[in-house]
Design a protein around this ligand. Structure first.
Ligand SMILES: O=P(O)(O)OC[C@H]1O[C@@H](O)[C@H](O)[C@@H](O)[C@@H]1O
Length: 312
């Protein structure tokens, strides 16, 4: 497939993090719109003037992705309903990670030696590729080590994150490559905040999994086994499910059943803070595809994991 590099400029958005390589895949390129990177992908100024990609599919779905944190903050299905949730206390000033959407936890899920959930959600990712396949926009973001990450984790790495929006789904593919000359290991997660009505929420598919319950002490989780077909959220929940299946179903209590499929994200985390976040706990649930046991990569080795969220 041909790759075409083009100079790119958007007023107020000139940044080394915006250097997309367009790939032409079946659809014409929208040359008339300066802010369009490829058909169905625009770069805009989001909250706090942070660069935000807006993806629009021919089928009527829409997604928003901030380069800061490589964070998908919105996934609207054709009905216009946003199935993701951004907390009301989220800030867009780069002083904190964006609290909501699909933040990255990398290279540590935590708790651990560095800040909770690692540094990837606190760094600017770059847009490196944008394409459109049969009306469906695709962007690829990249994160590499820099002084900020090196101070916490002294390794050279590359993370590539592809986001694919279809009419009824949003898929991601994360590839972490060891670009160092020594091995490294990491844990990681996609900390997805789903919009929900918590009293009506249930998660199915985890029955039989070994659990590590982080309540009451995240540093000393209690081992157990899940016995319920449908997990509900009547109070505080913070629990890791090891060797989770490749598909879960989330009933968000708002009329949507979301299929959460994965490849190679071996574990799941369920989290709802209940009264610890009194202002918003009723409005979301986190169902996180995670890799809790560390991944070890030798130099030049890569690890790949996919997530596929869809509605029926
Ligand atoms: O960093 P955030 O978005 O506030 O999320 C924090 C929570 O993230 C969850 O993944 C953890 O299991 C919780 O222990 C933690 O409290």
């Amino acid at each position: 497939m041909a790759m075409v590099s083009m100079p790119f400029s958007v007023p107020g958005l000139n940044s080394p993090n915006l250097r997309p390589t367009k790939r032409y895949s079946g659809m014409a390129f929208a040359t008339s719109n300066k802010e369009a990177v490829s058909l169905g992908v625009k770069i805009t100024q989001g909250e706090g003037n942070l660069p935000k990609l807006v993806l629009t599919s021919d089928g009527g779905s829409e997604a928003e992705v901030y380069l800061f944190g490589g964070c998908i903050t919105s996934w609207k299905v054709p009905s216009g309903r946003d199935l993701l949730f951004v907390r009301p206390d989220a800030v867009f000033d780069k002083k904190k990670p964006i609290s909501g959407g699909i933040p990255h936890c990398f290279p540590q899920f935590g708790p651990g030696t560095m800040q909770q959930h690692g540094f990837a959600r606190n760094m600017d990712w770059s847009l490196v590729e944008s394409e459109n396949v049969e009306g469906n926009p695709i962007v690829t973001l990249e994160l590499k080590d820099g002084p900020y990450s090196r101070a916490m984790w002294d390794f050279s790495f590359q993370a590539r994150y592809k986001v694919i929006l279809n009419t009824k789904s949003i898929s991601t593919e994360l590839i972490v490559t060891n670009t160092d000359n020594k091995p490294f290991s990491f844990s990681t997660a996609l900390h997805t905040y789903f919009r929900a009505s918590i009293t009506g929420v249930s998660v199915r598919g985890l029955k039989g999994c070994k659990t590590l319950n982080k309540d009451p002490d995240p540093k000393n989780p209690i081992e157990g086994r899940e016995e319920r077909d449908a997990i509900t959220f009547p109070g505080f929940v913070d629990c890791i499910y090891l060797n989770a299946p490749e598909e879960l179903h989330l009933d968000n209590g708002l009329g949507d059943v979301i299929s959460i499929r994965n490849t190679n994200w071996s574990d799941t985390v369920l989290w709802n803070p209940h009264l610890q976040m009194e202002a918003c706990y009723k409005d979301f649930v986190c169902v996180e595809n995670a890799k809790i046991g560390t991944v070890q990569l030798e130099p030049e080795q890569a690890w790949i994991a996919k997530q596929h969220l869809s509605i029926g």
